[in-house]
Design a protein around this ligand. Structure first.
Ligand code: NAD
Length: 349
């Protein structure tokens, strides 16, 4: 593991299994320098354990950077649950996962990610208090982080459109949304309200049909969505979709979406920059959910303050875009340097 390509001085990596429920997975804690490591739990299918490890390592590092740039007093971690083909993660497995999180004794705080719902987090919470993204009654902050993630992405798209197309009016612009899950469908809602023409794709045909009915979206195949002749491509599914093969075929001047780990490698940021495609660094634009989950966990801020903070993602991105232009440096490099400065500046150890 220490020689693995995604290992980045992670503080700890825990492999877990629960024989009774058949649960298996990994918790990677990248850094607790800024505070306890917070990051979602992803329940996904992996070709092998190595692929799951790579995902956990990359995602947890991304969380350290995300939390730092979002100004949160939190470190970065991530959990992956390895799903068995054709099977859903059971209530008993989520309960077992709660016991694992509890054993980490607050060094890692979990929440939702791909394949995990608010209801599932409720099962996790039966066995641990180190959990966020739980169902809340009334005006309390928290619950499903996805609407806030989507709103942050929407604010980021506005900033990118301003930087590249010199307008803040989205009416009449076109956006291609890849993935219509929790984040993608909420994003479609915000964009539709702003008068955007939507092009969408998902492996789930029902999700596409719903977007067609609700937002008048044009449905295209999953193989074509990234290469649409639109103003913005918003990846909201899985990672590594921006790579040596896909980048030369991208026609849109802006890539701004909610998916984690969009760049397959660091060099792909340079490839986009060279092609004059403005890329909104994923962990900056998709921080809305973790801003909400952190406020819920730490009991800081009311709903309005959280929404305002999420809207601030647009300003952070505008600064990254300006610096990228001024220094002729890819946006992902500017963002990484900012994150590292913020983490290293911290004297909390
Ligand atoms: P989700 O599981 O609700 O939705 C993912 C969607 O992508 C599903 O509808 C799935 O069918 C679709 N999909 C999978 N493979 C696809 C493909 N090849 N082409 C098109 N669609 C495909 O997950 P989510 O919570 O919406 O998360 C989406 C992305 O955003 C993930 O990368 C996640 O890590 C990231 N993210 C989510 C949040 C959050 O608050 N949920 C926060 C930050 C980042």
């Amino acid at each position: 593991m220490f020689d693995s390509r995604s290992f980045d001085a992670h503080e700890s990596v825990t492999y877990f299994s629960d024989a009774a429920s058949g649960l298996r997975g990994i918790v990677a804690i990248h850094s607790t320098r800024l505070g306890p490591a917070i990051g979602g739990c992803r329940a996904w299918f992996y070709d092998n354990d190595e692929a799951a490890l790579q995902d956990a390592l990359r995602l947890s590092r991304g969380m350290s950077y995300k939390n730092a740039v979002a100004g949160l007093p939190m470190g970065g971690g991530k959990a992956v649950i390895i799903r068995e083909p054709g099977k859903a993660v059971t209530e008993a497995q989520f309960e077992a996962f709660g016991r694992i999180v509890q054993q980490l004794n607050g060094r890692y705080i979990t929440a939702e990610d791909v394949g995990v719902s608010v209801t599932d987090m409720g099962y996790v919470a039966r066995n641990t208090s180190f959990v966020s993204g739980l169902h809340h009654e009334g005006a309390a902050v928290g619950g499903d982080p996805s609407p806030k993630t989507a709103y942050g992405v929407y604010c980021g798209i506005l900033a990118a459109v301003q930087a590249r197309l010199s307008t803040r009016n989205l009416k009449g612009l076109s956006v291609a949304v890849q993935g219509l899950g929790s984040v993608g469908r909420h994003l479609c809602g915000y964009l539709h309200e702003a008068g955007v023409k939507l092009v969408v794709a998902d492996i789930n045909a029902a999700a596409c049909e719903a977007a067609k009915q609700k937002f008048g979206a044009t449905v295209v195949s999953v193989d074509e969505i990234l290469f649409q002749d639109v103003d913005v491509v918003a990846p909201c599914a899985l990672g590594a979709i921006l790579n040596e093969q896909s980048i030369p075929k991208i026609l849109a001047p802006i890539i701004a979406g909610g998916a984690n780990n969009q760049l397959a490698t660091l060099e792909d940021g340079q490839r986009l920059h060279d092609r004059h495609v403005l890329y909104a660094p994923d962990y900056v634009i998709n921080a809305g959910g973790i801003i909400c989950a952190t406020a819920e966990y730490l009991h800081t801020g009311n709903e309005k303050e959280v929404w305002d903070r999420v809207a601030g993602i647009g300003k952070t991105l505008a600064e990254i875009f300006s610096e990228s232009t001024a220094k002729d440096t890819p946006t992902n490099v500017v963002a990484d340097a900012l994150a590292l400065r913020l983490i290293e500046k911290s004297n909390i150890q």
